[in-house]
Design a protein around this ligand. Structure first.
Ligand SMILES: [Cu+2]
Length: 315
């Protein structure tokens, strides 16, 4: 009898392992091409123009999303119309800084591949000299490396949003000020001051949304060139925080969590299920919050069901 039970359990375990093997997607090659651009962008909700440097024309650049084990096949194009060299530094890559991450002159391009071996949330940015200026002017973005499997420790979220904070220096040519951390006037959230905060900016038309009780995962990247971030949800508590976005690094029940310069973490928040609420996701460093680093998350039953999903994770 005992033997039979054991063999049943072992059989089930073998079947489950096989099933999990089948459910795991085979590693893929993800092709990503970006073009360095020296173009004007709007840096606030009222349309103020700024002489930015960007990937593909926007601040931040597009979100790159792959699964642990995938190969990223990347090409950076630097058009001959540009005045400056540019480069790409993916924090998710383990390569040669002098080779893959090297600067690309105007009129040239660079191609390299890397395997995204470690699940997590990573910044990418231009590393061409002077790096502070290339990041401050807008050449940054996020790469999400999803784990091969989700689990109770790292469940799939109901909604996901990518939030990237940066420091805005209105004098785009004053590299000295950037290095001294002087003269920055605003914090940008996904490229705009108070981007998703209709409370502090009458011109803001967007906010993050979810339904009461949903698990919302904020993929937060600190693209400031000098300032760490103290990320706090006003009127909420982080249910879980995954340092570096890794399923291995879980913290529970957190109020404020630091994100270093060029760091990133995933923050889960679950609003009360029985009522509509609003939360203000803020860099509690006051000099940053009141210069634009506040994002409103509205939780109510009428929330647009498409927001925070698929290609709408960077609203
Ligand atoms: Cu650059």
């Amino acid at each position: 009898m005992k033997k039979t039970k054991l063999s049943v359990i072992m059989g089930a375990a073998v079947a489950m392992t096989a099933l999990m093997g089948v459910s795991q997607a085979a590693a893929k090659t993800i092709h990503v091409t970006m073009t360095a651009m020296e173009n004007e962008v709007e840096i606030d909700n009222k349309g103020t123009k700024y002489a930015a440097w960007t990937y593909d024309g926007t601040i931040p650049g597009k979100v790159v999303r792959v699964t642990e084990g995938d190969t990223v096949d990347f090409t950076l194009i630097n058009p001959k119309e540009n005045k400056n060299s540019h480069s790409m530094d993916f924090h998710a890559a383990e390569v040669n800084v002098l080779d893959e991450f090297g600067a690309v002159k105007p009129g040239e391009s660079k191609h390299f591949t890397f395997e995204a071996k470690r699940a997590g949330l990573y910044m990418y940015h231009c590393g061409a000299s002077t790096m502070a200026q290339h990041i401050a002017r807008g050449m940054y973005g996020a790469i999400i490396v999803d784990p091969k499997e989700f689990s109770d420790a790292f469940p799939k979220a109901d909604r996901e949003y990518v939030i990237i904070q940066s420091q805005f220096f209105p004098d785009a040519e004053n590299v000295g000020a950037m290095l001294e951390n002087s003269g920055w006037t605003n914090s940008l959230i996904n490229g705009k001051v108070f981007h998703y905060d209709p409370v502090h900016d009458a011109n803001a038309t967007k906010a993050l949304v979810s339904k009461p009780g949903e698990r919302v995962r904020i993929f937060f990247v600190n693209a400031n060139i000098n300032m760490p971030v103290a990320l706090h949800p006003i009127a909420g508590i982080w249910d879980r925080v995954y340092l570096n976005g890794s399923p291995k690094n879980v913290l529970y029940d957190m109020q404020t969590v630091g994100v270093p310069v060029a760091g990133a973490s995933a923050f889960d928040i679950v609003s009360p299920a029985d009522k509509a609420t609003n939360v203000a996701i803020v860099d509690h460093t006051m000099s940053a919050a009141l210069r634009g680093a506040i994002t409103v998350l509205m939780n109510n039953k009428d929330a647009d069901p498409t927001m925070g999903k698929g290609d709408k994770i960077l609203p």
